[in-house]
Design a protein around this ligand. Structure first.
Ligand code: UT7
Length: 334
């Protein structure tokens, strides 16, 4: 069976940078730069301009990934688009991106809704499609707009300070030979914890999807049991890392680079300690991006490539945890 590998990576962040100090200057939010930095490692994040959509961010990231892969849009057979913040309730963002990228050429598009693990779920889906021979070149996007849906009052400050907007994209395709590429992946969900990190409304299962009462109570904002998410993240990210290593006959010492989800710098430091992997092998972008959920890993990958931290033949671990709960890992021979 042929292997699949990542051929090109792209990234797009909105122009506007929002520092912790800007958040600190909002009296109703009641937060400080010191608290945010100490508890999360975040110094700044990016917010979209009014009217700028998720697909507006995804498009240049996708174009860059296609170009870096040495391909043109005509070579792309399928789109997988991971986001928890689609531009509209329906249709999915993949359809809007198909229009912007390919115009009159119909291309299949699948939206993936597994939040912070969305990129790894998408990559794994692409890996299987390429390995099976169904498609050759698949565009995988992780893109989010959080800033238009955050509660900028004290009630929502724990969630609001951690999220940022952004997009990352990769193109995956067949790997020449069988030594490089995506080696294995593991994907999990545990829905009993779904309400520990979620946005309840608008809800199709409610009598009224949205009401003035819902808005007044702020039930349309994301809610998180931060401490519980934090604890589960460390356990599950470590566990799933051991699983992909065991499946491929590797040990933690074999890992050259870790591209982890960027939810909280302290989570990644604790995962590094628990696994016994030196922190210097972890690529972290959270200080300048905040948490961009499905976009975090491709952004991290982009940053690692740009800074020469990701080299041919490296053994690379992707690992994520988030809302659902969902968690996932992939092991790649770069
Ligand atoms: O990507 C999705 C997955 N998400 C995650 O993995 C996030 C996991 N959780 C976390 O990263 C952390 O739980 C947070 C950064 C969200 C919160 O940090 P924490 O150390 O768990 O704080 P906490 O929620 O236990 O709150 C400690 C204190 C509370 O005050 P009191 O009750 O001790 O007086 C909070 O009200 O910090 C207060 N607090 C804040 N203070 C200033 C909470 N948020 C803020 C804030 N600014 N933004």
């Amino acid at each position: 069976m042929r292997q699949a590998k990542i051929l090109g990576v792209g990234m797009q962040l909105p122009e506007r940078i929002v520092t912790n100090l800007e958040l600190e200057s909002m009296p109703e939010l009641d937060t400080t730069d010191e608290w945010i930095q100490q508890r999360t490692g975040i110094e700044a994040r990016h917010y979209t301009a009014p009217g700028e959509s998720g697909v507006d961010l995804a498009l240049p990231a996708a174009q860059e990934a296609i170009e870096k892969a040495g391909l043109t849009p005509d070579d792309i057979d399928f789109i997988i688009y991971a986001t928890l913040s689609p531009d509209y309730f329906f249709p999915g963002n993949g359809c809007f991106l198909q229009d912007r990228l390919f115009g009159d050429r119909p291309v299949g598009a699948l939206d993936v809704r597994t939040q912070c693990s969305g990129f790894i779920y998408s990559l794994t889906t692409a890996d299987c499609m390429i390995k099976s021979g169904l498609y050759d070149h698949i565009l995988i996007v992780g893109a989010e707009i959080h800033s238009t849906g955050l509660d900028f009052t004290r009630r929502g400050r724990d969630v609001t300070v951690i999220f940022g907007d952004g997009a990352g994209a990769v193109v995956a395709g067949p790997a020449p030979g069988d030594q490089s590429g995506i080696l294995t992946s593991a994907l999990y969900s545990e829905g009993k914890y779904a309400r520990e990190l979620w946005t309840e409304y608008p809800a199709s299962c409610a009598t009224s999807r949205l009401s003035h009462d819902i808005l007044d109570q702020g039930l349309h904002y994301p809610k998180m049991n931060g401490r519980m998410v934090f604890k589960h993240a460390i356990t599950r990210m470590s566990e799933v890392t051991h699983e992909v290593l065991n499946k491929t006959g590797h040990t933690v010492d074999d890992i050259d680079v870790v591209l982890p989800h960027q939810a909280n710098l302290r989570i990644n430091q604790m995962v590094a300690a628990q696994l016994g992997i030196p922190e210097k092998k972890f690529v972290n972008t959270i200080s300048w991006t905040g948490n961009t959920t499905a976009a975090t890993i491709p952004i991290c990958m982009y940053d690692a490539l740009k800074n020469g931290r990701l080299k041919e033949n490296d053994l690379v671990l992707l690992v994520a945890f988030g809302s659902g709960f969902t968690w996932a890992a992939s092991l790649i021979r770069w």
